[in-house]
Design a protein around this ligand. Structure first.
Ligand SMILES: [Zn+2]
Length: 376
């Protein structure tokens, strides 16, 4: 995806100051070792961001005196918390690790085929019916005379007899190269796309375990788009090949057997420092879905969903809204890792699994799942 616009920084610095001030731990405890205070502050901030810093947990963190004790306690808390969240964060992480271990998964690559095999098996085991929507795209870089790339959107359906349906989607191709890497020597290196390419797939894989039992009258389709960024040159190569093809096919069907009532696109949703602001195009094109989803997050206390706009992003939701007329929002954390940091892992060799969090993915999945269940 591409970013068009960003709301400036000052507001975020202000908000961060508020969080830090509201977060005792730095000042009122003296530690012999500065490192311990640092570890404690990190945990307190993380729990505050995730909306799960209870007075009891804070109290406990203030009594622990070594980094090891703090880290052990946080790990225990995280494990217990993962048991409580209704979407399985450990399964998200397991799937993420599995597909990232394949390596690059750009359109037409052997890695993409391997990924399809893994996902097809997983979704079938969860009662989904897997189909591929195949098409060819022009290869932006001709390789030994091969001018086209075989593309395939993966469509997985649950409850196919239900004509009113929910669309949940993500792209599952990765960018061919980490061409935004701070080190120019690595820009033709390995890109594994953990957050960008892997995370949406991982969350949808965990959600899929629930869909056979999904009541509420709506059918559910997971659609994984190919060719979101078969892009070697931002100025030259087209984005969103799979979502555009999918949207055109849907729009062209004269007698629709089914109709999508709403859609959610997941992109870059695993960052350990997760903050999902309302994406500007989503607010413009699918305001009702934005409102419903953020109201859901608020009700659940999922604090990573911030109820204000920050980025305007061009992503797969644009063809879905504009061509297919499916009101679809983009859940995306474009500040990777954080609005307070100048660096970004986006399209770099740093977009790896260790930057991602099971709790972040579980939280996103949970909001989506609750939203689906509340749809009237
Ligand atoms: Zn990308």
């Amino acid at each position: 995806m591409k970013e068009l616009k960003r709301i400036p920084f000052r507001l975020f610095i202000l908000l961060t100051c508020l969080v830090v001030v509201g977060c005792p731990g730095g000042e009122d405890v003296t530690d012999a070792n500065d490192g311990v205070a640092e570890v404690r502050r990190g945990i307190l901030l993380q729990y505050t961001r995730q909306g799960r810093l209870t007075p009891a947990v804070r109290e406990k963190l203030l009594t622990l005196r070594t980094s090891e004790a703090l880290v052990n306690y946080a790990q225990q808390q995280d494990e217990a918390y993962l048991d409580e969240v209704p979407v399985d964060g450990r399964l998200c992480m397991k799937m993420l690790e599995k597909i990232v271990a394949i390596g690059p998964r750009y359109s037409g690559s052997p890695g993409m085929l391997e990924q399809q095999t893994i996902l097809e098996k997983h979704f079938t085991e969860q009662g989904g019916k897997v189909q591929y929507q195949r098409f060819k795209a022009r290869n932006p870089v001709s390789q030994q005379g091969v001018e086209t790339v075989d593309m395939a959107n993966m469509i997985v359906r649950w409850h196919p007899e239900r004509t009113r349906r929910i669309l949940l989607c993500a792209h599952y191709d990765t960018r061919p190269f980490p061409d935004n890497d701070p080190d120019p020597a690595k820009r033709k290196g390995l890109f594994v796309g953990a957050n960008d390419g892997g995370s949406g797939v991982a969350v949808l894989s965990a959600l899929a375990t629930k869909f056979s039992e999904f009541e509420g009258g709506y059918g559910v389709d997971i659609v994984l788009f190919d060719g979101e960024e078969l892009v070697y040159n931002n100025a030259r190569d087209p984005f969103f090949l799979g979502s555009t093809h999918f949207a055109e096919q849907y729009a062209a069907a004269s007698q629709k057997k089914h109709q999508y009532v709403a859609g959610i696109l997941l992109d870059m949703v695993a960052d350990a420092d997760l903050q999902i602001y309302q994406e500007i195009n989503s607010r413009r094109l699918a305001p009702r879905v934005v409102q419903q989803v953020w109201a859901t997050a608020k009700r659940l206390g999922v604090a990573e969903f911030k109820p204000n706009a920050r980025h305007e992003v061009r992503d797969d939701h644009l063809p879905l809204n504009r061509i297919a007329r499916i009101p679809t929002i983009d859940l995306i954390d474009f500040d990777y890792p954080s609005p307070q940091k100048r660096e970004t892992y986006w399209h770099t060799t740093h977009d790896t699994v260790d930057k991602c969090s099971a709790i972040s993915m579980a939280h996103v999945g949970w909001v989506v799942w609750e939203w689906m269940q509340g749809l009237k």
